[in-house]
Write a protein that binds this ligand. Sequence first.
Ligand code: PRP
Ligand code: MN
Ligand code: MG
Length: 180
Amino acid sequence: MKNMKIKEIMFTENDIDGIVSELADKINSDYKDCQSLTLICVLKGSVIFTADLIRKLKIPDIDLNFISASSYGDSDISCGEVKFESVKEFNVSNNDVLVIEDIVDTGKTLKKLVGYLKGKSPKSLKVCGMFDKPERRSVEFEPDYIGRSIPDKFIVGYGLDYAEKYRNLPYVAVVEEETV
Ligand code: PRP
Ligand code: MN
Ligand code: MG
């Protein structure tokens, strides 16, 4: 594993709060007639974003659920395979469902998850990503809500990891390989 160091801050804590508020405003407006919503937080990366977003949502009944998806393992290289594990059973059929992700990269995780959830006949199904790297897309996938599109740089913090580190940073930073 390469030694990485923080190169620059891309989004401060304050920037992030503004982006999450913008997203919550859009979602609140689109779901204004909606009584209940099934949220699916994709572990581990989107746990911080989910925690912030749900506290800004005004939909009366929110059912928060977790699914574990992992494609990158312990390095920054994708092995090209996405694995899912549901933390606890939840009901999708006939519900309005919103998937929450920290970042859309190749699109493989969400494309596969959306295909899986569609098979369970939701009433509606949308995806909200905090960040998007459109340059990296290798499968056709467009999220319904995106906080910010970003260039193809390796970012950490606000739930995003490098080899399971840095998720706890309250800001989003670009990391680069340490040269001695
Ligand atoms: C990262 C990220 C997304 C996914 C995006 O998760 O949190 O879930 O990769 O990549 P993709 O668009 O190329 O599929 P990761 O698999 O690293 O697991 P983690 O959330 O536990 O860090
Ligand atoms: Mn993830
Ligand atoms: Mg990861």
